[in-house]
Design a protein around this ligand. Structure first.
Ligand code: ADP
Ligand code: ADP
Ligand code: MG
Length: 602
């Protein structure tokens, strides 16, 4: 017997604006039963016992407010939490353990924060009994025979010390008005404040009031505070946000250090390189965003990341994406691209007070994506603005008769109207063309947002709309500045594939600036590397083939990639591992041939 999960998006269900189609057309209702009724709050209530899963209400609802899924019966006993009737539910929990960092990954809305809240004791799991949350005895009993039993025994007795880095780091500014250092010192039970400040590159900002800190500085401060507490279990919710690649590596070192000191550590993260570098084990949370989430069995990081890219979970026979991310183990695809340069730029430079940017001449071909990698404040955005003609260089010139569509790094929700109205305006109606619709809109599921107003979108939704808007313009070159910010791991993979397909099929070109190195690796045909001193001077390479570009960039980062033996995928070596040390000696930071990686390290 299958079990029905019915979820109502309460914000979308507006019964005074529809003809109560879900209630009228439900075949079970027609037989005289109350499968769907109108609740006291004038929203639909669906009986999961009576529902046959026919799917008619889903199609009839004019607001797409209903989701119904069939789940295997065997999962019911694994239900950990349900917020209320016809709401999100979570199945299974990760087991905190020592001996390595555990990563937790999945789409937005599949229960990652819910999971951390339950493990930290902030949310008492109700085992699905939302009318009456069970007593601790019953909850503990339900984990009989698993290591979670002891965990919740300690939680119930308040005997477990847990340190949590919440997702929203801006909340620090509401709770604390002093400087960063005094905040760390307030929690620093291990006397490690000084080392953490150094390790997380907080020296220059630690004496400033926290209200003056940038997003990246706040994030690293939050990591420092979390790591300074003396706890048994450490939970980090998205510690990479707002940080550039170098800072992400610093954050990884701090987090790995906790695990190496024998602590239990769980990290929720969307950045693939960061996850690969950071975690020893992975849990995947899959399911349907907003409806339910199921935790996979524990995987090694290597298998977990392969599964993520593959889109298929063999242990539970679940496909969560239509197709895998395919890697070409052969040489980079340059030859397949048209040799024609669509844009040529001469050497140029730009000076702002206190900052100089120097750019080497280069060119861009039709059908290719050029990835741009480098730390913050080296002039990446400035480079793109000059190429786009938004800014003028001081020396040299970029004369281009070509049109460029630019998606800025910082998004603004200042638009009165819906997603459909915005797309229609920026694209001149072009957004309804079938190629664009099938190549961009559908893969990113932006059509589901058409009737939402721009102002009410979440960060991830706004990002996807901004990307779609910029690609909907008719342009020779698309320039995307940090498209991964706020979007989940699945959307990052889908975006990479969609962008590549779109640019090739339409014979256009694209620049993509991002700090998710694996995303850039997946999407790019060639690379431009920025180096220099942040905020002082930056210089660029011309577009390099991927091997040279990645080698150069990874050398600066001090990390190495190998080819996965099974899939041919580039993967980050664990820092200090045998392979890592060997590749550094022979200066092959990227793309070791398959034969030399036959000895897998995990
Ligand atoms: P993630 O961290 O993976 O993005 P969350 O755990 O934050 O996911 O949320 C999972 C789902 O649970 C979402 O659909 C969210 O709307 C829903 N949810 C979260 N908190 C509540 C709550 N207090 N009441 C009802 N639904 C909630
Ligand atoms: P990135 O995109 O690599 O983070 P940016 O191009 O945004 O770097 O900025 C590089 C440097 O130039 C920074 O130090 C920034 O403060 C400075 N800068 C950027 N735009 C301006 C401007 N319009 N006026 C003065 N300084 C600027
Ligand atoms: Mg979350």
């Amino acid at each position: 017997m299958v079990h029905r999960v019915a979820v109502l998006d309460k914000d979308s269900c507006v019964s005074r604006k529809c003809g109560l189609e879900c209630i009228k057309f439900c075949p079970v209702n027609k037989t005289g039963s109350d499968c769907i009724i109108l609740g006291e709050d004038a929203k639909a209530v669906i009986s999961e016992e009576l529902c046959t899963g026919c799917g008619i209400c889903i199609k009839k609802c004019p607001f797409e407010a209903i989701t119904i899924v069939n789940l295997a019966e065997e999962l019911i006993g694994d239900k950990i939490h349900q917020y209320g009737v016809n709401t999100f539910r979570l199945y299974r929990l990760p087991v905190p353990r020592t001996g390595g960092v555990i990563g937790l990954v999945g789409r937005n809305g599949v229960g990652k924060s819910t999971t951390l809240n339950i493990l930290s004791g902030n949310l008492k799991p109700n085992l699905g009994k939302y009318e009456r949350t069970p007593e601790w005895d019953e909850i503990i009993e339900s984990f009989q025979g698993t290591e979670l039993k002891q965990h919740f025994q300690k939680i119930a007795l308040r005997e477990m010390k847990i340190s949590v880095k919440p997702q929203q780091v801006h909340l620090i500014q509401k709770a604390w008005s002093g400087d960063g250092l005094s905040l760390i010192k307030k929690f620093d039970e291990k006397g490690v404040a000084k080392e953490l400040v150094k390790e997380l590159n907080l020296d220059t900002c630690i004496n400033k009031p926290v209200t003056d800190l940038s997003g990246g500085e706040l994030q690293r401060l939050a990591v420092a505070v979390t790591a300074s507490k003396d706890a048994e279990l450490y939970l980090f919710d998205e510690p990479s946000s707002y940080n550039d690649v170098y800072q992400r590596l610093a954050v990884s070192k701090t987090i790995r250090g906790l695990a190496e000191a024998g602590k239990k550590v769980i990290v929720v993260e969307h950045d693939l390189t960061f996850l690969d570098y950071l975690s020893d084990y992975l849990y995947l949370l899959y399911g349907e965003s907003g409806a339910y989430g199921i935790l996979s069995v524990l995987q090694t990081a290597r298998t977990g990341i392969n599964i993520l890219l593959d889109g298929y979970l063999p242990s539970e026979n679940v496909r969560f994406r239509d197709s895998p991310v395919v890697f070409d183990t052969a040489a980079p695809v340059e030859e397949q691209l048209l040799e024609e340069h669509v844009i040529q730029y001469n050497e140029f430079s730009k000076n702002y007070p206190g900052f100089n940017l120097g750019v080497e001449a280069g060119g861009l071909r039709k059908g290719e994506v050029i990835g741009i990698l480098g730390a913050n404040a080296l002039g990446k955005t400035t480079f793109m603005k000059i190429i786009a003609g938004v800014e003028k260089p001081d020396t040299g010139n970029v004369e281009t008769p070509l049109t460029i569509s630019y998606k800025p790094q910082y998004l603004s929700a200042d638009f009165e109207g819906t997603v459909r109205e915005l797309l229609s305006k920026v694209s001149g109606g072009r957004f309804e063309s079938s190629a664009y619709e099938s190549q961009i809109i559908r893969p990113l599921a932006v059509h589901k947002l058409y009737d939402k107003s721009i102002r009410e979108l979440s960060g991830g939704e706004l990002q996807k709309v901004a990307i779609s808007a910029s690609l909907s313009r008719n342009a020779d070159i698309y320039a995307l500045d940090e498209p991964s910010a706020f979007i989940d791991i699945e959307d990052r993979i889908l975006l990479a594939k969609a962008l590549q397909r779109f640019v090739r099929a339409q014979g256009r070109s694209a620049f993509i600036v991002d700090h998710d190195v694996q995303l850039v690796d997946i999407v790019s045909d060639r690379l431009i590397i920025f180096s220099g001193r942040p905020g002082v001077e930056g210089h660029t390479t011309p577009p390099l083939n991927k091997l040279d570009g990645m080698n150069r960039f990874l050398r600066e980062l001090g990390i190495t990639y190998r080819r996965d033996v099974d899939s041919g995928r580039p993967r980050v070596n664990k820092p200090g591992s045998k392979l890592d040390r060997h590749q550094k000696v022979v200066e092959q930071f990227y793309y070791m041939s398959n034969t030399s990686t036959e000895e897998s390290e995990d």
